[in-house]
Design a protein around this ligand. Structure first.
Ligand code: NAG
Ligand code: NAG
Ligand code: NAG
Ligand code: NAG
Ligand code: NAG
Ligand code: NAG
Ligand code: CU
Length: 234
């Protein structure tokens, strides 16, 4: 009963959809998770802020914890009380495949120097890599926040402010407004793109994820999900 050709077409169409990469800011200590992202033009990086008072700033290579010379982005600070997730996110659109490094500019605890940095579209030359930037950041002093307010991205409502039980002590967190339980089915019918995905490294450990999560706005998604459901039923 599975219409294999529409199924495959749906899978291919999904590849072309923009991906929203969700990055947890400060969820597990002074870190961005994931901290290495391979994104395509028009993909979105959505930064979600966990407790403390973090920011995200596009930086420059060779000069750690200092803002990009031109363009880039800055979220401003997102103070977030313990046991909550900030109700707002900062979203940045990716315009090309150039490498971008980013960091947190909080100096109360010197977050950048102490591990709060990440990279989008790293290259292999030793400079525009996560470890290359990290080696420089560890020797940095205080980080610099750009003058003025946020730029280069949009502040939007956080679609999911529910705190997982393990990290919540007095949980009365708002209910999730996200309705996606479809991702698993969709993933089952798509082929991971070798050029898009994420990984998180800490102290030499790396967990990599090929990313196939689609933009749920596409009409193809329903088709793919229906196909996947049918496949699971046969
Ligand atoms: C980001 O989170 C949203 C729900 O808030 C989800 O639909 C989407 O699939 C997530 N993106 C990735 C790449 O996991
Ligand atoms: C967050 O950190 C920034 C930079 O250090 C500071 O200016 C701001 O007052 C802090 N906000 C809160 C609520 O602590
Ligand atoms: C670094 O930042 C901290 C916190 O804002 C501040 O107390 C300290 O004076 C700064 N150090 C330098 C060298 O600017
Ligand atoms: C993408 O282009 C927009 C509009 O010019 C700009 O605001 C944004 O900062 C750019 N994104 C990045 C990651 O530089
Ligand atoms: C919402 O975010 C929490 C982490 O804060 C995660 O454990 C949960 O799976 C997310 N729920 C949905 C529906 O995306
Ligand atoms: C690396 O992974 C090992 C095994 O999963 C774990 O015991 C260790 O704590 C991890 N180290 C870091 C820095 O995350
Ligand atoms: Cu921080």
């Amino acid at each position: 009963m599975v219409n294999l050709s529409s199924f495959l077409i749906a899978g291919l169409a999904l590849q072309a959809q923009a991906i929203v990469f969700n990055v947890s800011v400060g969820r597990n200590g002074l870190s961005f998770e994931p901290n290495e992202i391979r994104a395509a033009k028009d993909d979105i990086i959505e930064f979600r802020f966990w407790p403390k008072n973090h920011s995200v700033v596009a930086g420059r290579f060779n000069e750690p914890c200092v803002p990009a010379q031109a363009g880039g982005f800055y979220s401003g600070f997102f103070p977030t009380p313990a046991d909550t997730i900030n109700p707002q996110v900062f979203r940045v659109r990716i315009n090309n495949s150039d490498p971008i490094v980013f960091y947190c500019s909080q100096n109360n605890g010197q977050h950048c120097k102490n591990g709060m940095y990440g990279i989008i579209n790293p290259t292999q030359n030793g400079v525009t890599t996560l470890s290359g930037y990290g080696a420089l950041a560890r020797q940095a002093g205080n980080a610099t926040s750009p003058a003025g307010g946020p730029f280069g991205g949009q502040i939007a409502a956080n679609p999911n402010t529910s705190v997982p039980p393990s990290s919540s002590t007095t949980s009365s967190a708002a209910a999730s407004s996200s309705t996606s339980s479809r991702t698993g089915s969709v993933t089952a019918v798509t082929t991971p793109s070798p050029t898009r995905g994420t990984s998180t490294s800490a102290g030499g450990n790396t967990t990599a994820t090929a990313n196939t999560a689609p933009n749920m706005g596409a009409p193809f998604v329903g088709l793919a999900v229906a196909g996947a459901a049918a496949l699971f039923l046969v």
